[in-house]
Structures are given as structure tokens and as C-alpha cells.
Design a protein around this ligand. Sequence first.
Ligand code: ASP
Length: 336
Amino acid sequence: MTTSTTFRPVIAIHGGAGTITRASITPAQQQAYRDALRDVLQGAQQKLAAGAPAEEVAVEAVRLLEECPLFNAGRGAVFTADATHEMDACVMRGRDLACGSLAGVSTVRNPVRAALALMEAGGPVFMIGEAAERFAQAQGCEMVARDWFSTEQRLTQLRTVQAAALASGREQVALDHTAQSQTQAAPLDERKKMGTVGAVVLDVHGQLAAATSTGGLTNKKPGRVGDSPVVGAGTYAKHGVVAVSCTGVGEAFIRGSAAHTVAARIELLGESVDQATAEVIHRVLPPLGGDGGLIAVGADGEVSLCFNSEGMYRGQIGIDGEALVAIYANEALAPA
Ligand code: ASP
């Protein structure tokens, strides 16, 4: 496929999906999320408008989300069962299918920047743990102490999920925003749990890119890696087709090759971006336990923000600079 002759450059972002209802967060918290989404969109839009390549714009949006402790990536990342942080990130460029992924890093301030450095280095496309951290440091990425990522709120979430696991006698993990609602509400429903941040971009040159970053699931087993850094599962971009970033129960998104399946349906079946995302989110993933959502942008700038949970923090912005955001299901995008 070739670049569409008429296209609308755009950035779409997500800050995770899950049990996000009007009852589970206060009006002040809702506004804080809306403001944060707007600020991230406006920050990244400056790069878009200045003509930066799609991967740089996507990485900037995700970096800004990593810096915001409201979201489960970078500072504010959730805790593993050992009360540590293990973060994963990925960036993919549609033009040449270049990509870089890191998993299980705990000292890189902005994992998505290290993923970009890996992509640009042109060697391995996926690195893990301490070796990935040494790579990031050698590339000049900012390194921080392990506890730099910790927040009180995430620790409370961990303790809540662990108490629920103890009470039920079953192993439990939780999607970030679901764990948050659990700290205020009903017992943990294992089918309803999420977090994570991502961005998809169609730049002014007609090029696509996607980036995703996450702390994973609250109370995850140390060493567990979700879909976010797995190309084709949590992140994917292909020139002339689509860029996709996912959030949800990573195991299902990996088993369903979620992001790549969206691209394949568009490319091979001729579906629209909306049709392909709906098929994956509402038909392919649910039988696999795939609660969550994804954001996608097609070669012409068609955006789909699709999820099967109660809510997904989401937004988009075009060249006009008007940031539009939404949180709940059945809520139209609107200025923050
Ligand atoms: N997909 C992420 C994972 O499974 C979690 C999330 O989206 O919040 O690691």
C-alpha cells in the first residue's frame, strides 16, 4: 500500500483501560486525568506541527505520559508481587517496520526513550533486564534509583490486590485502573483489570508510528512480560496500513496477536480501521479473557479508540491543536 494522497496528521493516546466508572473516581480525579491527557496531547502536538517524524512524536507523547504519576508507566508504575517495578516499552515505525522493545527494566527513567534508542541502533530489536539497562545507559538515557518510580497510591493498590489474593486463596493480578477502583470499592473481579500508556501517530509526511509503555499488572510475577513490548501483540505499525497501541490483559493480547490482527484485517480484508479494531476488541479477544482496548490510526488519519471495558483514558489532537479527551464508554471526545 502507498501513502494516502489526502490524509489528516493526528496523534491519539491512551492512558489505560479498565473498570473506570463515574462512581470509581471522584470529580476532581476525573478532571486531573482530563487535564493530564490534554497536556500530553498539546506537548506532543508541538512536535507534530513542527514536522517531526511519527516515531519521535509518538515517543514524546508516551514520555510525557511516563512522567505523569497518574498513569501506569515510568513514575507511578505499578508494583510486582515482590514490591518492585519492572517496566516494558516498545516503539515501532511503519515506514520500514523498524522497532525497539525493552522488558523488565527498573532504572531507566523513560523506558520508551530507551526503546527508541534501541530501534535507532539497528541491532537487536528486543532486550531485557539489566543488559537492556546497560544499553540504555550507554545510549545516554537518564537512569534513576529503583524507588524513583514508586508512589504511595501504587503501594496501596499492591497491598489491596495481595489481600484479595490471600482472602480468595487464588493468585491475583490487576490492571492498574481496576486495582485503583478496587481500593475504594467491591472485591477484585479477576476479569476486570488494566493500566498502561500508548500513542499512535500519523505525521505530516504521511508516516505512521506506535509506542507503548507500561509497568504491567499490579502484583504480577517478577519476570512476567505482557503484550506492550511484544511487536504485533501490544504495539504495531505498518506504512500505508495502520499504527496500533493496546492496553489490557496482556496474556490475551499476546495470544490473539491483537495489534497485528488489526493491521492484517485492514490490509488483507480491506476493512476500515473502525471495523478491524471492533472485530479484534469485541470478537477476537473476549473469548481469550482479553479485557481492554486499543487505539489505532490509519493511513488517512482515521482514528479508532476502541475498548470493551467500562472506560479507557483516551484523546486525540490534530494539526489544528484542539485536544479532545474522554474517559468513559459512551462518552464523546470533548475539550478537557
Ligand atoms: N497490557 C499490559 C500488560 O499486560 C497491562 C495494561 O494494559 O495495563 O502488561
